[in-house]
Design a protein around this ligand. Structure first.
Ligand SMILES: *[C@@H]1O[C@H](CO)[C@@H](O)[C@H](O)[C@H]1NC(C)=O
Ligand SMILES: *[C@@H]1O[C@H](CO)[C@@H](O)[C@H](O)[C@H]1NC(C)=O
Ligand SMILES: *[C@@H]1O[C@H](CO)[C@@H](O)[C@H](O)[C@H]1NC(C)=O
Ligand SMILES: *[C@@H]1O[C@H](CO)[C@@H](O)[C@H](O)[C@H]1NC(C)=O
Ligand SMILES: *[C@@H]1O[C@H](CO)[C@@H](O)[C@H](O)[C@H]1NC(C)=O
Ligand SMILES: *[C@@H]1O[C@H](CO)[C@@H](O)[C@H](O)[C@H]1NC(C)=O
Ligand SMILES: *[C@@H]1O[C@H](CO)[C@@H](O)[C@H](O)[C@H]1NC(C)=O
Length: 507
């Protein structure tokens, strides 16, 4: 699921990183792995925003713009190369055509992602004209469903169904890898589902069952990997623990699990959050930020002295927060994923060509590594990686997912989680077999807590009034430094909040 905001894409990484993908051929016959490349997004809040304002519908989840992680796929005979965004929050693979209006805009916006030409492929077959995903404002992608030969990670599938966006408002195609129940033709045309990419890989015997692992890696790293049909035990620490995926609308359509606990650990001081917990959450690689229930978010903001910016719908903090020895620990009945605070502090300027000529999306200026109270990052502003859900489904996007190694087992309707090993270079791939408990190195969690999932497909909290109803204080009015005592984890933090959220952070 991704938001629509064409302007949000930082152009800086477009050129440099599109060539950075490496296909990895595994020795094991029933595993398909490939590297995925991260692209910086200039304003992830704006990028996620449209989706969040709308009621939960499937069309919105498919009308997407930019996400952070993409993979190379080739379609047709001869092969046409495309770079597609990987999205666990949607279920169709779709591509642009060169003649669509958006692709003819100045600057050739579709060139980095690539486009598909049906007439140039001898293996193209028309399916129907029911491919249509759209936003409430009329933007979106629509056109035909077709089948063609598709190659990914060195493996090929003949006659894979996908969408062709003859009419599209987004310059980059999507590789949706969610449940087939969430496909556009199921939701908008009420047709039966088709085997989408992971299901088709399983059907073709490329992998033993419909399951894959996603390793997004560090915010400061530019590549992660996706492994269809396997687990790479060298990419996480500890063991995988398995919890059930929960149904919505009486069916499995999204990766919903239950968050049961959250702890803020500051230099060993542990503060447990209980507000709004347990709560059902959607795991969505297509969302940049995490969106948690309002009161829980409010408590986190107080603890970290994050200021809520109502116009952006997100929290803003000093970039120097990233230098603190703090983790935010998310527990799901048993497995706990610990998120280092620097993974939650996003520099909106990172990834621009000016600030990051290396194109790696480095968050911090290397010169600022040892920033003190008034130096280094202390003066710059960052976006905090958790925003209020405002009554909508809670979502754990990339700010959470980077810290976790996640196995999406669609065949068994289970998620296995372990703490990621950032920048791990070793690899030890095991196949995911068939039948129950088929994920290697994973132990089931007994009596996993399952919070109620609302009819709209996710956890709901109380309604939020449209304007001025946010429980969050805005930080726009303060001028000069207003010292503030914040009680946190048994410590008193002195924090200064200045105009435009410039704050220094001392412990
Ligand atoms: C990935 O796609 C881009 C854009 O088409 C291309 O330049 C690059 O060579 C591809 N990489 C691989 C490994 O195929
Ligand atoms: C293929 O080309 C023909 C004529 O050249 C055109 O009418 C048709 O729309 C094209 N089909 C597709 C799928 O692009
Ligand atoms: C797609 O669906 C939307 C909303 O249902 C509709 O307004 C639009 O005309 C459709 N587009 C096409 C090309 O069929
Ligand atoms: C991972 O690698 C990146 C880029 O080399 C580096 O900036 C970052 O600090 C590393 N992360 C960890 C946790 O070592
Ligand atoms: C960070 O806090 C942990 C306790 O949670 C402590 O063991 C560690 O020494 C601290 N690291 C630094 C650099 O202060
Ligand atoms: C923090 O406290 C909670 C609740 O007492 C506990 O479950 C958790 O393990 C603690 N975390 C750390 C890192 O000490
Ligand atoms: C690789 O994974 C297998 C299966 O999980 C395990 O038995 C083996 O010890 C691992 N090897 C290394 C070098 O970690």
């Amino acid at each position: 699921m991704k938001g629509l905001a064409a302007a949000a894409l930082a152009a800086g990484l477009l050129a440099s990183s599109s060539a950075a993908i490496q296909l990895t051929e595994r020795e094991l016959p029933n595993v398909v792995g490939l590297d995925i490349t991260r692209r910086a997004v200039e304003n992830p809040v704006k990028r996620d925003a449209l989706r969040r304002r709308q009621s939960k519908t499937v069309t919105e989840t498919l009308t997407n713009e930019v996400t952070l992680y993409y993979a190379n796929v080739s379609i047709g005979t001869p092969a046409q190369e495309l770079s597609l965004h990987i999205d666990t929050g949607s279920s169709d693979l779709w591509v642009n055509v060169a003649s669509s209006e958006i692709c003819t805009f100045r600057g050739d916006p579709c060139s980095s992602a690539g486009t598909y030409n049906a007439n140039s492929s001898s293996t193209y077959k028309y399916v129907n004209s029911d491919f249509n995903v759209s936003y409430a404002d009329g933007s979106g992608a629509a056109g035909d469903y077709a089948t063609d030969a598709v190659s990914i990670g060195g493996q090929s599938i003949t006659d894979l169904q996908f969408g062709i966006g003859y009419d599209s408002t987004t310059p980059q195609g999507i590789l949706g890898i969610g449940y087939t129940a969430d496909e556009a033709q199921v939701n908008t045309a009420r047709l039966k589902s088709y085997a989408n990419l992971p299901q088709a890989m399983a059907n073709a015997g490329l992998i033993r069952s419909n399951a894959y692992s996603l390793w997004l890696n560090d915010l400061d790293a530019s590549t992660g990997s996706i492994l269809f049909g396997g687990v790479d035990t060298a990419k996480y620490t500890g063991q995988l623990q398995t919890i059930p995926i929960q149904k919505a609308f009486d069916q499995y359509a999204e990766f919903i699990i239950t968050l049961t606990g959250m702890d803020l650990v500051n230099n060993g001081n542990n503060q447990s959050m209980t507000t709004d917990l347990p709560t059902a959450v959607v795991l969505d690689s297509g969302s940049s930020l995490a969106y948690l229930p309002n009161d829980l978010t409010s408590a986190i903001y107080s603890a970290f002295e994050v200021e809520y910016d109502q116009s952006q719908g997100a929290g803003v903090c000093s970039c120097s927060l990233a230098d603190e020895n703090i983790t935010l620990d998310f527990t799901f009945t048993s497995p706990t994923i610990s998120i280092p605070i620097n993974e939650l502090v996003i520099n909106p300027n990172a990834g621009s060509t000016t600030n990051d000529p290396s194109g790696t999306g480095d968050r911090e200026n290397p010169n600022n590594q040892n920033s003190g109270q008034n130096g280094g990052n202390g003066g710059s502003l960052c976006i905090f990686g958790i925003a209020p859900a405002e009554g909508s489904t809670a979502v754990l996007g990339d700010t959470f997912l980077r810290s976790a190694y996640v196995v999406y087992d669609l065949a068994n309707n289970e998620i296995s989680l372990a703490q990621t090993d950032f920048n791990a270079t070793d690899s030890n791939v095991s196949e995911i077999g068939t039948g129950t408990a088929s994920v290697p190195d994973a132990t089931p969690v007994s009596s996993a807590v399952q919070a109620a999932v609302s009819e709209t497909g996710g956890a709901r909290i109380g309604p939020v009034s449209g304007t001025g109803g946010s429980p969050f204080a805005t930080g726009t009015s303060t001028s000069g430094v207003v010292p503030k005592q914040v009680s946190y984890g048994g410590l008193a933090l002195a924090a200064g909040v200045a105009a435009a959220f410039t704050c220094t952070w001392t412990v």
